[in-house]
Write a protein of this length. Structure first.
Lengths: 116, 113
């Protein structure tokens, strides 16, 4: 049971390049999330998917797109990277509803992205 | 929009003393309040959580209290140890159907040996 996995772990891009960050979870969770964390800062929500087939903007969606490929996978795409997107990106998943245990959010190990 | 305020931003305590971190949320419909610990270079890890039908929850040296009327909740760590040094985040979960989490800005706790 791997939990939440992310690839790649590290990435360096030049301004204007594009890339896709991959995230997968094996806990059968309905909801998945993408956050960014800048140095010394908190977690800011970029996009989330409350359930398979739906995606919604979070606090800082500009410059990003997402795809909920299936229940397990949720990818984040940077179409034209900018230095302001240098950050650590965390994917997370959780269960919905009111069942016991619902609400606990599990994080992936993160992707450290540098845009030069 | 929804907001979670967290205080203090930094906290230094002597080993063995207690530490208290406080959060205030704005959305009165929030019903789930987790606390995360993040060590340097690592992912946030859930350490304790509380739901709105409970006023207090304890797990060994860690406890969380919730005051729904005042819309605030607190993390209490007793008998602090050097390995408690980390950044702690509180969060509140939206219950409007979106299931998104609003995070506080974090508290850097330093436990001095």
């Amino acid at each position: 049971n791997a939990g939440v996995t992310q690839t790649p772990k590290f990435q360096v891009l030049k301004t204007g390049q594009s890339m896709t960050l991959q995230c997968a979870q094996d806990m059968n969770h309905n909801s998945m999330y993408w956050y960014r964390q800048d140095p010394g800062m908190g977690l800011r929500l970029i996009y989330y998917s409350a359930s398979e087939g739906t995606t919604d903007k979070g606090e800082v969606p500009n410059g990003y797109n997402v795809s909920r490929l299936n229940k397990r996978e949720f990818s984040l795409r940077l179409e034209s990277a900018a230095p302001s997107q240098t950050s650590v990106y965390f994917c997370a998943s959780s269960e919905r509803g009111r069942l016991a245990g619902a609400g606990e959010q599990y994080f992936g190990p993160g992707t450290r992205l540098t845009v030069t | 929009g929804e907001n979670v305020e967290q205080h203090p931003s930094t906290l230094s305590v002597q080993e063995g003393d207690s530490a208290v971190i406080k959060c205030t949320y704005s959305d009165s419909a929030s019903n789930y309040f987790p606390w995360y610990k993040q060590e340097l270079g690592k992912r946030p890890q859930l350490i304790i959580d509380i739901r709105s039908n409970v006023g207090e929850k304890k797990d060994q040296r860690i406890a969380v209290t919730l005051n729904k009327t005042a819309k605030h909740f607190s993390l209490h760590i007793t008998e602090t140890q050097p390995e408690d040094s980390a950044v702690y985040f509180c969060a509140a979960r939206d219950t409007s159907g979106t299931y998104k989490y609003i995070f506080g800005t974090g508290t850097r706790l330093k436990v001095l040996a």
